[in-house]
Write a protein that binds this ligand. Structure first.
Ligand SMILES: [Zn+2]
Length: 252
């Protein structure tokens, strides 16, 4: 059958121009040594938080849409991204990771990249992905399960993680299943600290980590309490936020 084009409406999408980048990052917070932009954060969709320093970039969580979120900005992040800090392995925090790793390969990154996660089996999945998908992976993946007692130095900054309580939605398994989850503290040599809670339920030790930090990025998922150990309520996050010098609430 001949293809009839007459009267057809044809839409041609403008091609995204990879050179048309360089929009200025409108920072959500700027300290002396660290700057923070919440690229995107919505519960059940995606969360990705960008932290810039003079020596490298850090990405806290890597949800779906990460490439579109980063694309408008200067492309130096392709080579200067130092570490990806994953709070846990729920899809809205990791779904963009494999696209990002593939994109870095496509753009000939050569520098080693740290990926931290509290979930060793997920780190193993990343290792498998690398081995299965790419015979010649041009950059090293430095996969780390960072313990609270064993902080790690990266690009001149200290990364510490701390375990937090978090669980699956109870309806999936009939009961709430705990997942391996962590929060992170990123500290400059001058002692400036950015804390990210990841997904966490309330626990009494959380205030100890938040107190006095320069910026606390806290999840505030629920408007009202919905079961222990899954997420903070807005009220709990606001209370905690008063302990930090500045607070940004995310994952709403
Ligand atoms: Zn989660």
């Amino acid at each position: 059958m001949k293809y009839q084009m007459r009267n057809a409406k044809i839409y041609v999408q403008e091609r995204a121009d990879h050179r048309d980048i360089g929009r200025r990052m409108d920072w959500d917070w700027q300290g002396k040594d660290l700057r923070v932009k919440v690229l995107y954060s919505q519960k059940g969709i995606a969360t990705q938080i960008w932290v810039a320093t003079s020596t490298g970039y850090f990405l806290m969580d890597c949800g779906d849409g990460i490439l579109r979120d980063l694309f408008p900005y200067s492309a130096d992040w392709i080579h200067r991204l130092s570490a990806i800090l994953l709070s846990h392995s729920h899809f809205d925090h990791v779904a963009g990771l494999f696209a990002l790793l593939s994109f870095l390969r496509l753009r000939n990154r050569t520098a080693s990249l740290v990926i931290a996660s509290p979930d060793r089996s997920f780190l193993q999945e990343i290792r498998r992905f690398r081995d299965r998908m790419f015979a010649g992976f041009p950059y090293e993946l430095d996969l780390r399960s960072i313990e609270e007692s064993n902080p790690y130095q990266c690009a001149g900054f200290q990364i510490r993680s701390f375990a937090v309580p978090h669980s699956e939605h109870a309806s999936f398994f009939g009961q709430a299943m705990p997942v391996l989850a962590a929060g992170y503290c990123l500290e400059s040599a001058q002692g400036e600290i950015v804390l990210y809670s990841g997904d966490t339920g309330w626990f009494s030790g959380l205030s100890r980590y938040v107190r006095g930090v320069d910026l606390a990025i806290l999840e505030a998922t629920f408007d009202l309490p919905k079961g222990e150990g899954r997420h903070l309520t807005l009220e709990q996050a606001q209370q905690l936020g008063h302990l930090a010098k500045t607070t940004i609430l995310v994952h709403r």
